[in-house]
Design a protein around this ligand. Structure first.
Ligand SMILES: Cc1cc2nc3c(=O)[nH]c(=O)nc-3n(C[C@H](O)[C@H](O)[C@H](O)COP(=O)(O)O)c2cc1C
Length: 187
């Protein structure tokens, strides 16, 4: 039986426009598109997204997602409409990049205790680093899994590729792009 077409939202966290994590994301996207899914990607560093200021008004009045007016106004509907959220990030100081951290903090208004939440989505982690040691990804992996589990997201899979310093190192890194493609093909 043919699978239902899914909405896939790729959150690109790299400051590089055509860097390693973005190339991994596009390999994932190509595979998902081949399977008939609708893919949209957002370059988070290009957006104007303020950090959560901890005002907690979203906790007081759950009808108001967030009182900060910035580019999250257009990202929230995309997040809510998506079936699959893909976090594509370079490792920055052993965790995901600042734009992804800023975005995830702004999800505090959509956590499972609220009627309006992001429960039931599928999530994916695609990450690249300069460090070749698998242990370099430990903090990022733990963060992603804790966030996904807390938010009520299924975890489809993770691709972590180390040893990538220059912008297009991923293209020469053995089966890196094939692994992202294989994960995208599972949708
Ligand atoms: C601000 C900054 C912090 C970084 N921190 C780390 C790190 O903690 N560990 C590591 O292995 N690589 C680190 N890197 C290197 C990148 O993770 C690596 O080159 C990655 O492949 C870049 O992906 P991109 O091309 O998608 O930006 C850092 C790079 C930058 C610019």
């Amino acid at each position: 039986m043919r699978k239902r077409s899914k909405q896939i939202l790729i959150l690109l966290g790299s400051p590089r426009e055509d860097g390693n994590s973005t190339r991994l994301a596009f390999a994932f996207a190509d595979a998902a598109s081949r399977n008939g899914h609708a893919v949209r990607s957002i370059r988070l560093p290009a957006l104007d997204v303020a950090p959560c200021d901890g005002c907690r008004q979203c906790w007081a009045k759950a009808s108001q997602p967030c009182v900060i007016r910035d580019d999250m106004d257009s990202v929230y509907p995309l997040l809510r409409a998506a079936d699959v959220l893909v976090f594509a990030t370079p490792l920055h100081f052993y965790t995901w990049s600042a734009p992804i951290k800023t975005l995830t903090d702004r999800l505090v208004c959509l956590t499972p205790q609220f009627k309006r939440n992001l429960k039931g989505k599928t999530s994916v982690l695609l990450a690249t680093a300069a460090d070749e040691r698998p242990a370099a990804f430990a903090g990022l992996t733990a963060t992603y899994r804790l966030v996904a589990d807390y938010m009520g997201w299924k975890r489809l899979g993770e691709v972590r590729i180390g040893g990538l310093a220059a912008e297009d190192d991923v293209s020469r890194a053995g089966r890196a792009l094939a692994r992202a493609d294989a994960l995208g093909s599972r949708l």
